[in-house]
Design a protein around this ligand. Structure first.
Ligand code: ADP
Ligand code: MG
Length: 558
């Protein structure tokens, strides 16, 4: 009786403890990093992702790959979150962050095997991360927000290796212009830069429109094609007769009555249009539909009207023209109108769109991105998003670092010195951290088909000689001054990557028990299904956990 095991978990739950749990989580984390490793840097390869419906994404972007991969291993997902945080905070550096995280786990695995306790590792990693952040601050280069040259170089660095290569100069100019235009006292919200993708033409025909482009046509052919010095109204409603909620029945006894009824509806529509005419609107953007009769009256008055305007477009128009959206035309006043020097319908790649341009202080801009095929444009769009993020971050923080593996090499040396001063078992963890950071220059070299050992040796010796900006030129294989080369990244891209990578690694290392519910609560209960359970219950667990999530195969490939 006394030897009877006490079972507290339902028989369907799976449990892995101690070393098994640690090694399972580490394997999953490493597998995620391995999946994106080959895409890092200017010479990184792309991935083609095909989903169950057959739609295809070709990308080099770390966070996009991980999101599309549909990973469901819980530990692997923690590493995916590293990429997501990086994307939200700075918009670039997602691959680096994940690769560093994977490497931290890999180095930790070696130390765990030497019986260094996970909490010692966690402590050492945290100390190292803190020291690393401080060291980066020291070598950061101050950038003035008016320094167009360096901002453009930062924009270009973020686009490197992402299909935007050919038109990098043009696109980085456009990105810097775009970010500067939308900046205001509240800061920079890159959502005010809308990317309008147009299939057809080549990337170098891309352009920036200071204003808004709405993917719609004017509602009636009888309306003007363009309006100069336009007073712009935004109506958050429909220009139609409202249908009554209840089924009303109108009984007419003679044709006059019917006519009277129709006249009344027309009069109501006329009134709506008159409200707009009275305040002096020349252009109207309507959230809902526009009745045929109202269209007719509007056209008669020479007003250009657009219906079913997306609310995101409406808010950009409001922002750039200064118009205030009204919830009903009855409430509109002159003060609600905005102004645009030019509103016109134009042909873009065979599609008609409405351009709202020549606004006093744009604050919302549209980047027309052209490209040969949809997949090409989509990838350039992702490169542009990264690029917008780094320019915004640089303007906000005013601090950048040279790229090409320079900061990681510098840190790696600094941390080895620091480790000596710490001593004890944490020293080993800090040294492991220093080694782990070198995964970035090593991978840059590998992906460029270079010998990583040679590259690392050269990088280390340059940094030993205080060349803090020495990085790897992935095109020639030489170690050169990245500042001279104009390869810059915002400081925050690196500090954020180190912070999230460390947090995720530490979190995974500290887990020594994984308990997974066999079935979701609320599903079929296990009580009367005992016969279906494999004999031995908890004994079958080791194998069961391996199948958790879809990463089993990838883990095995490591
Ligand atoms: P991430 O998702 O981490 O941004 P990328 O594929 O964009 O991944 O690669 C970023 C790395 O490539 C950074 O370490 C950056 O410094 C480096 N890099 C970018 N441009 C160059 C270049 N011209 N020469 C060398 N390294 C570069
Ligand atoms: Mg990048």
């Amino acid at each position: 009786m006394g030897n009877q095991p006490l079972i507290v978990l339902s028989e369907e739950s799976q449990r892995t403890s101690g070393k098994d749990a640690q090694s399972m989580n580490i394997t999953a984390g490493k597998a995620v990093a391995e999946a994106v490793r080959t895409t890092l840097g200017p010479k990184g390869m792309d991935k083609m992702l095909v989903d169950s419906t057959g739609s295809v994404v070709v990308t080099n972007d770390g966070v996009t790959i991980l999101k599309e991969m549909d990973i469901d291993h819980p530990a692997a997902n923690m590493i995916v979150e590293v990429a997501e945080t990086q994307e939200d905070e700075v918009g670039d550096g997602t691959t680096s962050a994940v690769v560093v995280s994977g490497e931290l786990l890999k180095r930790a695995e070696d130390l765990l095997e030497q019986d260094i306790h996970a909490s010692t590792l966690a402590k050492g990693y945290r100390q190292a991360a803190e020291e690393a952040t401080a060291a980066l601050e020291e070598i950061a280069i101050e950038v003035d927000e008016d320094d167009t040259e360096i901002l453009t170089q930062i924009a270009a660095t973020a686009m490197t290796g992402k299909g935007a290569e050919n038109a990098k100069d043009l696109l980085s100019d456009l990105v810097v212009d775009a970010v500067r235009t939308v900046a205001d006292d509240d800061g920079i919200d890159t959502d005010n830069v809308k990317v309008e993708k147009v299939v057809g033409g080549s990337i170098d025909e891309s352009e920036l429109v200071e204003g808004v482009i709405v993917d719609k046509e004017r509602v009636s052919e009888n309306m003007p094609y363009f309006v100069e010095d336009a007073s712009v109204a935004i109506v958050d409603d429909a220009l139609e007769i409202k249908e009554t909620e209840i089924d009303a029945e109108v009984n007419v006894t003679d044709p006059d009555q019917l006519q009277q009824f129709l006249d009344q509806e027309e009069a109501q529509l006329r009134e709506m249009v008159d409200e707009l005419v009275d305040v002096g609107a020349d252009v109207v953007f309507v959230d809902g539909g526009i009745d045929d009769m109202a269209q007719h009256y509007l056209a008669q008055e020479g007003i250009l009207a657009v219906r079913r305007v997306k609310s995101s477009d409406a808010s950009r128009i409001a922002r750039s023209t200064g118009a205030t959206p009204v919830s009903s035309v009855d409430d509109i006043t002159e003060d609600d109108l905005g102004f645009a020097g030019n509103v016109a319908q134009r042909d873009v790649g065979g599609d008609q769109r409405i351009f709202v341009e020549d606004v006093e202080d744009a604050k919302a801009v549209t980047l027309i991105l052209r490209g040969g095929t949809e997949h090409v444009i989509d990838e350039v769009d992702r490169a542009i998003e990264d690029s917008l993020g780094v320019v915004r971050t640089t303007i906000e923080d005013g601090k950048v670092l040279a790229g090409g593996g320079a900061p990681e090499t510098e840190l790696s040396l600094a941390l080895r010195d620091y480790a000596d001063s710490v001593g004890g078992r944490e020293q080993l963890a800090i040294e492991a951290f220093a080694d782990a950071l070198e995964v970035v220059p090593r991978t840059l070299a590998e992906n460029a088909g270079l010998d990583p050992i040679d590259s690392l040796v050269e990088l280390r010796s340059e940094h030993d000689a205080e060349e803090t900006g020495a990085g790897l030129d992935a095109y020639t294989g030489d170690v050169i001054d990245m500042e001279g080369e104009g390869v810059y990244e915002p400081l925050r891209v690196k500090t954020q990557a180190i912070e999230s990578a460390t947090e995720a690694a530490v979190m995974l290392l500290r887990i020594d028990d994984v308990i997974a519910a066999g079935e979701l609560k609320g599903g079929k209960t296990g009580d009367d299904d005992d016969d279906d359970m494999p004999a031995g219950g908890p004994g079958g667990m080791g194998g069961g956990m391996g199948g958790m999530g879809g990463m089993g195969g990838m883990g095995g490939a490591m």
